[in-house]
Design a protein around this ligand. Structure first.
Ligand SMILES: Nc1ncnc2c1ncn2[C@@H]1O[C@H](COP(=O)(O)OP(=O)(O)OP(=O)(O)O)[C@@H](O)[C@H]1O
Length: 476
């Protein structure tokens, strides 16, 4: 894709973020990608149908005007759902299905992963409880374990293997990680394995499906049946919790969570952030979520990326026996395509497509050409408010609880203001959220602190150096 287009996209996203605010932006537009621009039309993609219809009905005009502000010739926006399987940009979609299937066995896509029908009559409720579609490739067998995900995988396996009579060891199991680092893979693996065991009904729902299901059930005036049926399941697996929106849905989620946990049923949740950072959720829900086992999966290191690539080539050969990727090429991809598992998959899909379409063997030269645009600069590290508090406290020799306390002595006030300032400048958190995370302070207090430090750094060399050092520590 031309650089100009990418640059426009960066500006359009920034404009959208300013217009709708950080929270709305990250909920609805965070996973939107530019697919291409031609003849006055812009093609954008999102990962799910739900996102597509939500954006179309709520933000179509806004997206268009943001584009037009950057490029007046843009006359229309086309929004598509991108395929999770074959995500090649600017490539004709080759007929090489199934792309990179990871298993020789050809398990069908099962719409709900459950063997028995749900005993609820209403179609909306039934659909709501039908679970989100499962990808037959996302199993424990195909999940490669490395340093960053050992604990999450072990916990997931334990949950999947537990029998109905076993005591629930950690509830909920809450897995968080950045985009494309294997959360969905692990959650679907639990669902496949748990349902194969047959003892407990495992229901996998995206948060979007939960919202959609609940709203649909409400419309069908069958919310009670929905709740009852949902509470009747053994393991509830909810993916992408950060997308849970709306007060009534959250209240329902909270009830469901409490009901399931209190009844000794297992709940498994994945999100792109820890419970404490799910700002739109009620404090009680967040603490309930944090009360189980919270596991973070880190980035995929180079070694793990190489192992994933090897496993995928191996799996692809079940369907495409002549497909081979020399080890140095795999090493090159593992080294350069660092972003996430989805990009690794994309890289191999391109090589597969290319070699199938042209009949050529995969070479380093082909790989360099095909994966060029997947080599992205490393994203800056995501800074957490807890880390800011910890590092500032250490720097100024006070305790973290001092920073959160109501003490107003000078040795605590300045570090607290610095920490709030850093929270505002290094994270996307809103002023009220920062206030809440600093001992329940009002957003005007945070604003005052931010302005105070902003005013001082221009004149106070020592303070500005201290802040630079803190920033470096937090971002390295
Ligand atoms: N440890 C792993 N072993 C094998 N494949 C992996 C692993 N981690 C990630 N992947 C692959 O990377 C791709 C992206 O993973 P997945 O969809 O699970 O990410 P995610 O964390 O749910 O992302 P998102 O935040 O966008 O929902 C998938 O194809 C998945 O199979």
């Amino acid at each position: 894709m031309p650089n100009d287009d990418q640059e426009s996209w960066v500006r359009v996203k920034a404009r959208l973020r300013t217009e709708v605010g950080d929270d709305v932006f990250s909920s609805w537009f965070g996973r939107m990608e530019l697919e291409g621009i031609d003849e006055g039309g812009v093609r954008l993609s999102v990962p799910t149908r739900f996102l597509k219809s939500w954006i179309q009905s709520h933000y179509a005009e806004k997206v268009l005007t943001c584009w037009q502000a950057d490029r007046s010739e843009v006359g229309r926006i086309e929004l598509i759902v991108r395929s999770a399987v074959l995500k090649t940009t600017a490539q004709p979609k080759p007929k090489v299905e199934p792309a990179l299937a990871m298993h020789g066995e050809n398990r069908p896509h099962n719409g709900n992963g459950m063997s028995r029908p749900i005993p609820v009559g209403d179609a909306a409720v039934h659909e709501a409880l039908g679970g989100s579609p499962l990808d037959a490739r996302l199993t424990f067998d195909s999940f490669v374990v490395g340093r960053s995900n050992t604990l999450a995988q072990a916990a997931a396996k334990q949950v999947a293997a537990a029998r109905r009579t076993d005591p629930v060891m950690f509830n909920p199991l809450y897995i968080h990680a950045g985009v494309g680092l294997g959360k969905t893979h692990l959650l679907q693996a639990i669902t496949w394995a748990g349902n194969a065991g047959g003892e407990r009904k495992v229901l996998y729902l995206t948060a979007e499906k939960f919202m959609y299901g609940f709203v649909a059930a409400l419309r069908a005036q069958n919310a009670i049946a929905f709740k009852e049926a949902l509470r009747g399941i053994g393991v509830l697996v909810i993916d992408d919790l950060q997308f849970l929106q709306g007060k009534s849905t959250q209240a329902e989620f909270c009830h469901t969570l409490n009901a399931l946990i209190d009844a000794g049923r297992q709940v498994v949740i994945a999100s792109d952030r820890p419970p404490s950072e799910l700002e739109s959720l009620d404090e009680r829900v967040r603490s309930r979520l944090a009360g189980g086992l919270v596991v973070e999966m880190g980035g995929l290191g180079e070694e793990l990326r190489l192992e994933i690539l090897k496993a995928r080539v191996q799996a692809a050969r079940a369907h495409h026996p002549t497909f081979d990727v020399p080890l140095p090429v795999l090493g090159y991809i593992a080294k350069t395509v660092t972003h996430n598992g989805r990009d690794l998959e994309g890289a191999l899909n391109r090589l597969l497509a290319h070699s199938k379409l042209t009949g050529q063997s995969v070479t380093m030269e082909m790989a360099e050409r095909e994966v060029k645009d997947l080599i992205r600069p490393q994203e800056p590290k995501r800074v957490k408010i807890e880390d800011i508090q910890r590092i500032v406290a250490r720097q100024y020799n006070v305790s973290r609880s001092d920073l959160l306390s109501s003490r107003r002595t000078a040795n605590v006030v300045r570090p607290r203001q610095v920490a709030m300032y850093l929270a505002k400048t290094l994270t996307l958190r809103s002023l009220p959220e920062i206030g809440r995370r600093f001992g329940g302070r009002d957003h005007t207090t945070v604003l005052h602190a931010v302005r105070k430090i902003e005013g001082l750094v221009g004149n106070d060399v020592t303070l500005s150096e201290e802040i630079e050092i803190l920033k470096r520590q937090l971002q390295e």
